[in-house]
Ligand binder design. Sequence first.
Ligand SMILES: Cc1cc2nc3c(=O)[nH]c(=O)nc-3n(C[C@H](O)[C@H](O)[C@H](O)COP(=O)(O)OP(=O)(O)OC[C@H]3O[C@@H](n4cnc5c(N)ncnc54)[C@H](O)[C@@H]3O)c2cc1C
Ligand SMILES: NC(=O)c1ccc[n+]([C@@H]2O[C@H](COP(=O)([O-])OP(=O)(O)OC[C@H]3O[C@@H](n4cnc5c(N)ncnc54)[C@H](O)[C@@H]3O)[C@@H](O)[C@H]2O)c1
Length: 476
Amino acid sequence: MSSGFDYDLVIIGAGVGGHGAALHAAHYGLKTAIIEAGDMGGTCVNRGCIPSKALLAASGKVRELRNAHHLKSLGIEIGGVSFEREAIANHANNLVSKIQGDLTNSLKRLGVDIIRGWGKIAGSQKVSVMTDSGDKTITAQNIILSPGSVPFVPPGIEIDGKTVFTSDQGVKLESLPQWIAIIGSGYIGLEFSDVYTALGCEVTMIEALDVLMPGFDRDIAKLAERVLITPRDIETKVGIYAKRVIPGSPVVIELADFQTKEDLEVLEVDACLVATGRIPATKNLGLESVGVELDKRNFIPVNDSMEVLSSGELVPNLYAIGDANGKMMLAHAASAQGIIAVENILGKNKTVDYRSIPAAAFTHPEVSYVGLTETAAQELGLAEGFEIGTAKSYFKGNSKALAENEADGIAKVIYRSDTGEVLGVHIFGAHASDLIHEASAAVANRQSVKDLAYLVHAHPTLSEVLDEAYKRAIAS
Ligand SMILES: Cc1cc2nc3c(=O)[nH]c(=O)nc-3n(C[C@H](O)[C@H](O)[C@H](O)COP(=O)(O)OP(=O)(O)OC[C@H]3O[C@@H](n4cnc5c(N)ncnc54)[C@H](O)[C@@H]3O)c2cc1C
Ligand SMILES: NC(=O)c1ccc[n+]([C@@H]2O[C@H](COP(=O)([O-])OP(=O)(O)OC[C@H]3O[C@@H](n4cnc5c(N)ncnc54)[C@H](O)[C@@H]3O)[C@@H](O)[C@H]2O)c1
């Protein structure tokens, strides 16, 4: 594509964002290099999506097979179910190695140069890399930054990696503490509480805000709490934060009221998982050499074309994708942003449609959503002058869910009352992470419940839950 540069494109960070961008660029014939200082595949492959889903898969089976009541209702009786912690941990570790290898090979196959070392911007269209064999500078027509994120550890919490740890260590499942405190009831807190309770640990979940799962739609969070938290060995402390956490045996946790900051009680537990969000890994990237300042939360400012901004102005030939720009901290969002960045490099004007990107928590059962929550849709309606409608349908009215005896679940559709356009869909129930994609396509195409209600779904399938919700929307 370009001449006079070492590469058409240099990407800093080989997580899923950088990988997605590199594959797309190589496919279009761009001479591409990717720089990685740590593990190929970044957070998702090594410390995130992949190992956590392997743990959820194995522990989910244990939960299912130990649920004698559920099995009996299907006419099945089995003897005792046992598992080996180490073997489950190995399943996760082996999957990480396999996917890391596949990802690296996919880059090599397409001719992407992999450079190991710390990459930094060294001025316009220039990158320096600190490698084991010394520093080198390379030039590139375009640069994409994809340095990702790291766990956020609130002040007062000390991590030793053994008794007090983040998901970075948690995914290794090096122990199964009898009693574990989990700080945070977001994605990581929920998924790990699912793993730990399935494997017989007692959990105390501590959430600073005044509700559990504050990021989820309220109707969904309420039902999820009734199924995922209340009947399990989980004690909850809401509106409370961990002021101090001291590792050791026992782990000492000083709790305080989040509003008043008044000291409440001291817990002594066997271990503590800190799942209080993630922060961008944007230090020491050389951004000052091109006049870029991070925003207040240390994210790299970008527009919807993934172009980096400096005081609101475009910085030529520089893009930032993935967790580091803070738009949507999800693996598939990172790679989608990588593809959009490359499309713009290729001169096609494209932007990311965040509203149609789905998300899921892989608990048993799962939670998923796409688009706006009811509260956000109401706010948009007020600002733009339209009313919103909501329609709900329940897994307990779905034949397939009843056949499986998996009837805990709900689908909720939020739409514009005037046009019927779908603004958001939220699902809690079996296979919610797969069911959401039909809704995601509807949001992407700005479809109306007035049309969606006439699509024919196979019977009996769980996807009829959405069919029913769309039909209820036009009936109301
Ligand atoms: C426990 C857990 C479970 C998760 N589960 C899911 C899930 O199920 N689904 C989902 O969608 N998302 C999930 N996520 C989120 C997902 O992992 C992230 O959104 C995703 O990894 C972001 O990708 P990225 O490419 O932006 O950054 P990262 O994956 O963090 O990759 C960035 C890479 O850049 C490298 N790097 C940084 N700076 C430099 C530099 N200067 N030079 C060279 N290399 C550098 C880092 O070493 C790293 O390898 C999970 C996260 C966690 C922690
Ligand atoms: N299935 C998935 O897609 C998946 C799974 C895991 C992680 N992730 C990604 O990783 C990111 C990080 O996950 P996470 O669960 O750590 O963050 P999160 O933002 O989802 O949840 C963090 C929770 O911790 C609470 N909190 C923060 N500080 C606290 C304190 N001092 N005391 C008590 N509670 C406190 C917050 O109120 C919030 O509810 C997510 O935003 C998500 O993007 C995605």
